[in-house]
Ligand binder design. Structure first.
Ligand SMILES: Nc1ncnc2c1ncn2[C@@H]1O[C@H](COP(=O)(O)OP(=O)(O)OP(=O)(O)O)[C@@H](O)[C@H]1O
Ligand SMILES: [Mg+2]
Length: 249
């Protein structure tokens, strides 16, 4: 589905990602793991066409055969709107604090699929109930909900949109352990029930072990290892991966 080949990213002339290559196979959960500053979020930004000013990407990132790096802003916006759904680190900040949740959930999901508000509310209420949330939240503001509830709202939108590709950049780092576990379970459910392809960015090996099928290890802007999670955990090839795994216990 996604085939990244020789992707390099420069910010203001400084190389921050160097010739990185990896694949995100359809129907699987692929995790990018690496230390802070290793270029994970910039890689995601490239895939979404959302690089900051002054940044430039070269190489290939083929999404269903189209190179995302050379697409126009308009084409990228259309892919972001129709095929890809993104969950960022801090769900609370993804919502506008002065707008009721009903309208925002609709903007994130129902509007994309072209549903009417009435139709959307009916369908979304079922999804929310399934996630342990009451449809009363339609009338509430984000600050009236907890971080975990807001994160579940993002998942509800993903369940509604059924995206071709879900990208989650450190989705659990603002959550406590119990909520992290719950969130990972929901991601797995999305993958198992709907077959959603997921790219999960994390710096937590436990999350990789728990959720991912495939993994990509990044160190200082370089992809140092890729492979099936089980295989990499059992037989890491690169010294950095070995160190990461050793530091786990
Ligand atoms: N907007 C920006 N302008 C300039 N440099 C940036 C910008 N965003 C990130 N960088 C630099 O790019 C490099 C990679 O950052 P990136 O955010 O991709 O790391 P990361 O792997 O996502 O880290 P973390 O785990 O902390 O989220 C870092 O050296 C960072 O300083
Ligand atoms: Mg990041």
């Amino acid at each position: 589905m996604l085939d990244v080949n020789g992707l390099s990213i420069e910010v203001n002339g400084k190389r921050i990602v160097e010739e990185s290559s990896f694949v995100v196979p359809r129907g699987k959960i692929t995790s990018i793991i690496g230390e802070s500053g290793s270029g994970k979020s910039m890689t995601v930004a490239t895939l979404l066409g959302l690089l900051p000013a002054g940044a430039k990407a070269t190489g290939q990132a083929l999404y269903n055969g189209r190179n995302l790096i050379t697409l126009s802003d308009k084409e990228m916006a259309s892919i972001r709107k129709s095929a890809v759904f993104t969950i960022f680190q801090d769900a609370a900040n993804s919502f506008n604090s002065s707008v009721k949740m009903g309208r925002q959930l609709y903007a994130f999901s129902g509007e994309r699929t072209g549903a009417t508000v009435a139709q959307f509310r009916m369908e979304m209420a079922v999804i929310l109930a399934d996630l342990g949330l009451s449809s009363d939240i339609f009338e509430q503001y984000p600050f009236e909900l907890s971080g975990g509830m807001l994160q579940r709202c993002m998942i509800a939108c993903a369940l509604y949109v059924k995206p071709d590709l879900l990208i989650a950049d450190e989705p659990t780092s603002a959550l406590d352990m119990v909520l992290q576990k719950e969130f990972i379970k929901l991601l797995k459910r999305l993958n198992e029930e709907l077959g959603t392809t997921i790219l999960l960015i994390t710096h937590d090996l436990d999350i990789v072990a728990e959720a991912a099928h495939e993994m990509v290890v990044m160190q200082q802007g370089v992809v140092v290892e890729t492979g099936a999670v089980k295989q990499v955990f059992e037989q890491p090839q690169h010294s950095y991966t070995k160190r990461l795994l050793e530091s786990r216990f």
